[in-house]
Design a protein around this ligand. Structure first.
Ligand SMILES: Cc1cc2nc3c(=O)[nH]c(=O)nc-3n(C[C@H](O)[C@H](O)[C@H](O)COP(=O)(O)OP(=O)(O)OC[C@H]3O[C@@H](n4cnc5c(N)ncnc54)[C@H](O)[C@@H]3O)c2cc1C
Length: 388
């Protein structure tokens, strides 16, 4: 039976403390300056990588720590709870899983040890397209086999960290939609070596938050056939089974954000005196923060359940989706409570609240929007009729 631990072990606390120690060296000023310039937190990611945290999920035989998804979540949560933005580096943890589960021995031997050591970065995951959106099976990027290579044509939108990665996982159609029985068939996953890729244009997009996001254009980009991950045409299922890990890790980012907002709100409301008393003594202020704390704590429990199931190899789709939804909502409500209690200062850049507010908002939309989580729960968990 899968067990759900209600308190952290000494090792898990040490892991959290180790991450917190690194985060202390990257305070609000660091993230704020990068946010203004829309620059990547290279120094932070480099230090986190050198300390081995980004290789948490890579098995020891490939040079990683071989930890579970629960521990990986604790690492990301701690980064966001400290005021940083784990969105800059969380993707390697879940993208790597697709390579680990479905890659060939040759691919794993060639790449995983270098990813674990930090020699290579695999941080980009190219799925979303302008003409398909959330309806992934309608994606139009094609990969056509020509001898010992595939030729890729099409475009992607909102693909993050391409310019900060050596490797990218790409989902493309290898069999036309009209020629497959199930729309999920005929999609394939490729490991693209960005350093040697020709025929890929990367156009950075300035987004609401600092997220290193791009539009990609493929014009006869050639990928060697050995870049195919697993079997041709099975890519959708490979991507799907990485999605539970992604949802649980993103939920961890949100839980970290929620905790940061609550801690900041408590600290500020306890010392800001208006009408002769700390504003936190007013129930209009206090209750919003208390509600936010409870929602974050509840999302934390769901995230822990999802991670425990994942780590035990049990099905965890409902829990992973619910954790992502609940955590993103909890962080958003905590962000609003935090801005509200800060009054005008909540909008001042130097307080970091507005930056964290923008960063936390993303997880209501990506990697999957909240409506599609509700549709998943309605249809797949509760058995209600399908809407799409
Ligand atoms: C900063 C950022 C970084 C990103 N990074 C990546 C990345 O690295 N790789 C990647 O592949 N993608 C990435 N994305 C893309 C992200 O995953 C998508 O934006 C998201 O999945 C939604 O797709 P869409 O934008 O096309 O919205 P659409 O599919 O057009 O949907 C728009 C809205 O319509 C609603 N909606 C749509 N369909 C339904 C329905 N059936 N029922 C009810 N409501 C519905 C939802 O509210 C949804 O938010 C990123 C996005 C952002 C903003």
């Amino acid at each position: 039976m899968t067990t759900l631990n209600l308190s952290l072990t000494a090792e898990q606390r040490a892991l959290q403390a180790g991450v917190a120690e690194i985060c202390k060296r990257y305070p609000g000023e660091y993230w704020r300056e990068l946010d203004q310039k829309r620059e990547y937190p290279d120094a932070f990611v480099e230090e986190l990588t050198r300390a081995g945290y980004l290789a948490a999920l890579i098995p020891p035989e490939y040079g990683g720590a071989g930890l579970g998804l629960f521990e990986a979540g604790l690492i990301l949560e701690e980064i966001n709870r400290s005021g940083g933005n784990a969105g800059a580096c969380h993707a390697q943890m879940y993208i790597m899983g697709t390579l680990l589960r479905h890659g060939s021995e040759a691919q794993k031997d060639a790449y995983l040890p270098k990813i674990a050591s930090g020699e290579l970065r695999l941080q980009a995951f190219a799925v979303t397209e302008p003409n398909a959106g959330s309806d992934t099976t309608k994606l139009q990027t094609t990969a056509v086999r020509r001898g010992d290579r595939y030729v890729v044509n099409g475009q992607k939108i909102f693909i993050s960290r391409v310019l900060q990665s050596d490797l990218m996982l790409l989902l493309a159609r290898t069999t036309p939609l009209a020629a497959v029985t199930r729309k999920t068939d005929g999609l394939s996953v490729f490991l693209v070596d960005i350093r040697s890729a020709r025929g890929m244009e990367v156009r950075p997009l300035r987004m609401m938050m600092n997220h290193s996001t791009n539009a990609l254009f493929f014009d006869n980009m050639e990928v060697p056939a050995e870049g195919l991950v697993g079997e041709e045409g099975k890519g959708f299922s490979y991507i799907l089974d990485g999605m539970n890990a992604e949802r649980i890790l993103v939920a961890s980012d949100s839980i970290g954000d929620g905790r940061w907002f609550v801690e900041r709100a408590v600290a500020y409301s306890s010392q800001r005196v208006v009408f002769g008393r700390p504003i936190g003594a007013n129930q209009g202020v206090q209750f919003a923060i208390a509600r936010a704390h409870m929602a974050v704590a509840a999302a934390d429990l769901m995230r822990n359940k999802a991670a425990a199931l994942f780590d035990a190899g049990e099905p965890c789709g409902p829990e992973a989706n619910m954790a992502k939804y609940l955590a993103a909502e909890a962080a958003w409500d905590a962000g609003n409570a935090c801005i509200d209690c800060h009054g005008g200062y909540g909008y001042a850049e130097e307080y970091d609240v507005e930056r964290k507010f923008r960063e936390a908002r993303l997880y209501k939309t990506a990697p999957i929007n909240q409506n599609l989580v509700l549709a998943y729960v309605g249809e797949h968990v509760l058995g209600l009729p399908r809407s799409y």
